[in-house]
Design a protein around this ligand. Structure first.
Ligand SMILES: [Zn+2]
Length: 359
């Protein structure tokens, strides 16, 4: 149930919906606010119901992104809910700018639809959405206010998400529009800088207003925008490149019946961290990972033969393979080092540190 700090609560349309552990803070805040306002458990219940409905709208918003992404063959890994909102984690970015535009807009569109439906129901009930009785927290204590409040929260979700602060939805829309003219890299750079500027504004405004959540969101946007730009820059830099461009023809081969000590020796004298292991015939028979070497050091077992520490987690790759594919392969299969072949002949290695050199 718990994986990497989040709790799997449901699966909708094949997409896991998870609660981030910090969500517990929200439950605490709801209870605290209710009690400090003098409404006790009943207040918690009312306020909790409101927050729950609000997050239900957030899940629908994220499903809007996820289903639009699915339409363009981009799978969604999961939807994670945290106190500051939800995020649909797409497995990769859509290639076409127009697809990103539609995926980014699909989330807020869901809230527009919810707001329209609520407006229709309120109109039918002859209740004005502007009619909210009570001040501050008191407003949440009346069931009469429930629908108008949810209506306003959906309008707020649309307005807030459409602020062009990349990586928020509005920022993604901006990036997609810019990318149609300027290309993805330049568009991302401009959208990132605008996003970071607005993020600094959020922090400033939050501190000025004595608001806790806004500076937090600001810092979050600032950091995520920066890392997403780096990832796009990385993607662009490997586009069209192949194993041939980055494989190493300088490497050590370790005999499987040599002691682990030999690997430590090589580590100290070179930049090599992971090694290919060979058998008596000189053929590659496994890999010795940095983690395994460290384990041998911890166990005081460096005189043991490498065969006892080697792993079979590797496969042969060809110089013609595209780097995009190889990077995915390393991530998916947790490879450390792979032998590289050209026309069936062993010519060198590629390891998990090889990609850093591209930057
Ligand atoms: Zn969104």
């Amino acid at each position: 149930m718990f994986s990497k700090g989040s709790l799997h609560i449901a699966t909708v349309a094949g997409i896991p919906v998870k609660l981030h552990w910090t969500f517990a803070l929200l439950v605490g805040l709801v209870t605290y606010t209710s009690f400090s306002s003098g409404y006790g458990w009943l207040g918690s219940l009312y306020f909790g119901l409101f927050i729950l409905t609000l997050f239900f709208c957030v899940v629908l918003h994220e499903l809007g992104h996820a289903l639009a992404a699915r339409y363009y063959n981009v799978p969604t890994q999961d939807i994670i809910l945290s106190p500051i909102g939800g995020v649909a984690r797409l497995k990769h970015l859509p290639e076409k700018a127009f697809h990103e535009l539609i995926i980014a807009i699909a989330g807020p569109m869901v809230n527009v639809i919810i707001a329209f439906v609520l407006f229709g129901v309120l109109w039918f009930k002859q209740q004005s959405p502007l009619e909210i009785s009570g001040d501050g927290f008191e407003a949440f204590m009346s069931f009469y206010n429930f629908m108008p409040l949810i209506f306003f929260m959906n309008i707020f979700l649309v307005a807030f998400n459409m602020i062009p602060a990349f990586p928020m939805d509005g920022g993604r829309v901006l990036r997609a529009l810019l990318a149609m003219r300027l290309g993805k890299l330049k568009a991302t750079l401009i959208a990132t800088r605008i996003g970071q500027l607005l993020a600094i504004g959020f922090v400033g405004l939050g501190i000025y207003m004595g608001h806790l959540v806004l500076p937090f969101i600001g810092v979050f946007i600032f950091l995520v925008a920066g890392s997403e730009y780096k990832s796009v820059r990385f993607q662009e830099s490997i586009r069209g490149r192949r194993v041939l461009d980055i494989y190493r023809d300088q490497y050590s081969l370790l005999f499987e019946y040599a002691p682990v000590r030999q690997a430590i020796d090589r580590m100290n004298r070179s930049m090599e961290r992971d090694f290919l292991v060979t058998n008596q015939l000189g053929h590659v028979s496994g890999v010795l990972r940095e983690e395994a070497i460290k384990e041998a050091i911890r166990q005081n077992d460096t005189d043991a033969v490498i065969a006892g520490y080697k792993s079979q987690n590797y496969e042969a790759i060809d110089v013609s393979y595209p780097l995009e594919y190889i990077i995915q392969l390393f991530q998916k299969k947790d490879y450390s080092i792979l032998p590289v072949y050209q026309n069936g002949e062993f010519v060198g290695v590629i390891d998990r540190h090889s990609f850093g050199s591209i930057m």
